[in-house]
Ligand binder design. Structure first.
Ligand code: SF4
Ligand code: SF4
Length: 431
């Protein structure tokens, strides 16, 4: 330890805070330019619920000026990890590199039934989740899910179960994707499609649409069957090792020499996979860095590749919601809009606060329910003002959250992935 570090209690302690570079605290100049972009600050107007306030709190704990009290923990738990503050910050403060390791390593890992059996065991396992959804699928077909939601019966269930029931989308029976789908016309690229866990169990039709769009644009699509959950659920709830093991399973399954890119259509998974090289400094890190460099969000990939497929007319007024993990974590805003604006007849109307979090934020809407509901209501108000009844979202969690809010408020919205609209437009061109 250097003399100056030894003389500085903050700096000395920071070295013992695993995963946090103390310099990142120092890069915040307390200007406050991030606060207006922070969804939780916009709701509470409490500086402790702002990025600047949270950085201050974490640094105070690191410096041992305060201990990690329940009140401080609450302000840090209320953070959505949406990274809107990173987009807004002119000093380039990498807030995610503070809040994620801080919460993962300073907070006690929860051990309740919900975390052990649902979040960590059920959600990351697509096959298990699909089996667990069979009763819900039948209930949905018989109209019982509608009845449970419409009559408010879900409120009689234990809180988290009730929320999960209201979050369920219409569950369609969609066959699994095969191991390989060939390019249409001349092959321009070969990609591995990441299908994940919750998305594969609930939104497999989006994976099919994505694969068809890629094929129509000259891509061979391989779908390795032994791929796993991206690890975000475990990582964001403080379980480093299971998250690392899932990452390494994905390296083994998806990092093939014959693929040009690993394509992801769920913003949260894509953001996690692009960061595989940052989280676990062991001898596998170089392989994870190389893997991460091949990960592409599907919009980013198609935008770079150049669109080729013929598009037919879709007479739709739609609005686009920026998923936080696409806009803020991956910096992708224009590519999805550019792709959608090619569709003849589609009118894309701007959405106020399009990049303000809808409150989904991974599993946030199951654990921080009050703030999640406030942000969902705010998002729906903005959507309804556009006059559009088709909402385009490139993240499964946002889709679930916006659908839930619209159903609870009695409004009818079609919430779709950009790939679904592009797939429909390609189909329309061939009719
Ligand atoms: S995080 Fe950035 S924008 Fe926010 S107070 Fe610090 S320096 Fe300013
Ligand atoms: S990550 Fe989002 S919720 Fe958290 S401080 Fe930044 S802007 Fe606010």
């Amino acid at each position: 330890m250097s003399e100056s570090a030894a003389a500085d209690p903050g700096s000395r302690n920071a070295k013992s805070l695993p995963g946090i570079d103390y310099e990142t605290f120092l890069s915040c100049v307390h200007c406050g330019l991030c606060t207006a972009s922070c969804p939780t600050y916009k709701e509470t107007l409490d500086e402790n619920d702002s990025p600047r306030g949270r950085i201050y709190l974490m640094r105070a704990v690191a410096d041992q000026r305060v201990s990690l009290t329940q009140a401080i923990q609450h302000h840090l738990e209320l953070c959505l990890d949406c990274r809107a503050c990173e987009t807004a910050c002119p000093s380039g403060v990498e807030y995610g590199k503070l809040i994620e390791p801080f919460r993962n390593r300073q907070f006690e890992v929860p051990r309740d039934f919900f975390h052990r059996q649902i979040l960590w065991k059920l959600f990351p396992d697509a096959r298990r989740l699909e089996r667990a959804l069979i009763p819900a699928r039948w209930a949905s077909r018989l109209g019982m899910m509608w009845l449970i939601r419409a009559t408010g019966l879900w409120k009689l269930l234990p809180a988290k179960w009730g929320r999960m029931v209201t979050l369920l989308p219409p569950l369609r029976a969609v066959p699994p994707l095969p191991g390989r789908l060939p390019a249409e016309g001349t092959r321009r690229a070969t990609v591995a499609l990441f299908v994940g866990c919750v998305a594969n169990a609930m939104f497999r039709h989006v994976h099919w649409a994505t694969a068809r769009v890629l094929q129509a644009n000259g891509c061979d699509v391989v779908i390795p069957p032994d791929q796993a959950c991206c690890g975000a659920i475990d990582f964001h709830s403080g379980r480093d090792e299971p998250a690392r093991d899932l990452a390494d399973r994905n390296l083994a399954a998806l990092d093939r020499s014959d693929v040009d890119a690993i394509v992801v259509n769920v913003a949260g998974c894509g953001a996690m996979m692009k960061e595989y090289g940052q989280h676990w400094p062991d001898d596998r890190q170089p392989a994870r860095v190389a893997f991460a460099s091949k990960v592409r969000d599907v919009h980013e990939f198609l935008d770079e590749l150049g669109w080729e497929a013929e598009l037919g007319e879709l007479a739709i007024r739609a609005t686009y919601h920026d998923a936080c993990h696409l806009a803020h974590a991956q910096g992708i805003r224009d590519a999805p809009r550019r792709l959608l604006e090619q569709i003849p007849g589609l009118r894309l109307v701007p959405l106020d606060e399009s990049d303000t979090c809808c409150g989904a934020a991974g599993t946030y809407n199951l654990v921080q329910t009050e703030m999640a509901d406030r942000l969902a209501a705010r998002k729906l108000r903005n959507i309804l003002r556009t006059g559009a009844r088709t909402v385009v979202s490139a993240n499964a969690g946002c889709t679930l959250q916006i659908l839930r809010e619209s159903r609870l408020q009695g409004t009818r919205l079609d919430v779709v992935h950009p790939m679904e609209l592009l797939d429909r437009s390609i189909a329309a061109a061939s009719r």
